[in-house]
Write a protein that binds this ligand. Structure first.
Ligand code: UD1
Ligand code: UDP
Length: 374
């Protein structure tokens, strides 16, 4: 490894997917970087499958912190990140999103003399019961460069008194990721044939949030509601399951309605293919709400709030919570909607915009780094 100008701290599935376009951008612009994996996600289906399929270099470091209580997990990351950054001294460290890996990265860097850039800054659910909300707020308040995906997220940051000079509206790198892989998924993925489903004849479900799957009544309500949607629209529902949700299904001995087919978590191309050909997406995932909106597929969010209000404002998403009747009602409204909403998350050049903002602010990444765009 050459001396990195940028260190990417990442640890979970959505961070790998959303940082992949920025990492590729560094490759294209000859900016030396390193990847520091916290090890928050470690199962192949949440981790290495994405490095392989997205053709990312293996992480330079892996702290292998694994699963654990929030404090324990975050503390282990904090200590490990500090040690490596002090040794490598990059010009800047990037974190992405709202996981414990982001909290640890942002906090560690806030005490060092190296700036930290928070990609996907300014998202707010205003629900402090969610661990992710604490992580977002802390990362934004200690971050030196805040890359807000939309004007909306910029406003939230300003409302919290954050210095305007630290905020850059860049779009969300998920648009870059979808643009880079959408067609590839169509050409390469055989997942529909393998699952025996036809285009626009099925629903797609993801549910993994602690506030849903760790609470028996909520997980039961969610499954019952999705089952009612499946019956009402005579469609099967495919549920690629996160290991957390699988563990809870087993632990709570929940019965999944027959109309819901539980399958393993999918790789990115197969999952994108399942998303773009679905009739309806039902999810509690942040990234999946965004992708449904970008792909023009109706979405029902199985949560009481969302930090992606833009998806609701453009007409791509409705918040149902986990009440079965409300899930059915929202699904009924969404399948009847026109899907010609506009994508609020940018045009797919967020990665370039992020690097350009840093350059404009005086950061130097070496000789070739200002070669912009493909
Ligand atoms: C984490 C993030 C969440 C994000 C999600 C993306 C936090 C607080 N939560 O949730 O915001 O939406 O990642 O997928 O950072 N497990 C495995 N294999 C793994 C990782 C986890 O089996 O590789 C299981 C373990 O039983 C573990 C549980 O999942 O206890 C939860 O893992 P954890 O990383 O704490 O949170 P996620 O639910 O994955
Ligand atoms: N995803 C995937 N395979 C799956 C489920 C999701 O590749 O089986 C991708 C999805 O396309 C999105 C990201 O994972 O880009 C979302 O991650 P997740 O739902 O784990 O986390 P969140 O976005 O809620 O933090």
């Amino acid at each position: 490894m050459v001396d990195p100008e940028i260190t990417f701290v990442l640890g979970t599935r959505p961070e790998i997917i959303k940082l992949a376009p920025v990492i590729r951008c560094c490759d294209r612009r000859d900016i030396p970087y390193s990847i520091l994996h916290t090890g928050q996600h470690y199962s192949d289906e949440l981790d290495t499958v994405f490095f392989d399929q997205l053709e990312l270099p293996a992480p330079d470091y892996n702290l292998e912190v694994g699963s654990g209580r929030h404090g324990q997990q975050t503390a282990a990351m904090l200590a490990g990140i500090e040690e490596i950054i002090l040794e490598d001294e990059p010009s800047v460290v990037f974190v992405q999103g709202d996981t414990n890996s982001v909290l640890a990265g942002a906090l560690a860097l806030s005490k060092l003399d190296i700036p930290v850039g928070h990609i996907e800054a300014g998202l707010r659910s205003f629900d402090r019961d969610m661990p992710e909300e604490t992580n977002r707020v802390v990362a934004d308040h200690v971050g030196d460069y805040l890359f807000a995906p939309t004007e909306h997220s910029q406003e939230y940051l300003r409302d919290e008194g954050i210095d305007h000079g630290r905020i850059f509206v860049t779009g969300n790198t998920i648009v870059d990721a979808v643009k880079q892989h959408r067609q590839l998924a169509r050409e390469k993925s055989t997942v529909l044939e393998e699952m025996g489903v036809a285009d626009k004849s099925y629903g797609l479900l993801t549910a993994h949030r602690a506030e849903n799957v760790d609470v028996q009544e909520r997980f039961e309500g969610l499954l019952e509601g999705v089952g009612r949607v499946a019956s009402a629209f005579e469609m099967g529902v495919i549920y690629p399951i996160h290991p957390r949700a699988q563990a809870q299904l087993d632990e709570l001995e929940l019965t999944v309605p027959d109309s819901i087919t539980v399958v393993e978590s999918q790789d990115y191309l197969d999952f994108l293919q399942l998303e773009q050909d679905a009739d309806l997406i039902m999810t509690d995932s942040g990234g999946v709400q965004e992708e449904a909106c970008i792909l023009g597929v109706p979405c029902v969010t199985l949560r009481d709030n969302t930090e992606r209000p833009e998806t609701v404002e453009v007409g791509a998403n409705l918040l149902a919570g986990v009440d079965p009747e409300e899930i059915l009602s929202c699904a009924t409204q969404m399948v009847a909607r026109e899907t010609n909403w506009s994508n609020p998350f940018g045009s797919g050049d967020a990665s370039d915009q992020i690097l350009n903002s840093m350059l404009a602010d005086g950061t130097s990444f070496g000789s070739n780094s200002d070669t912009t765009q493909e």
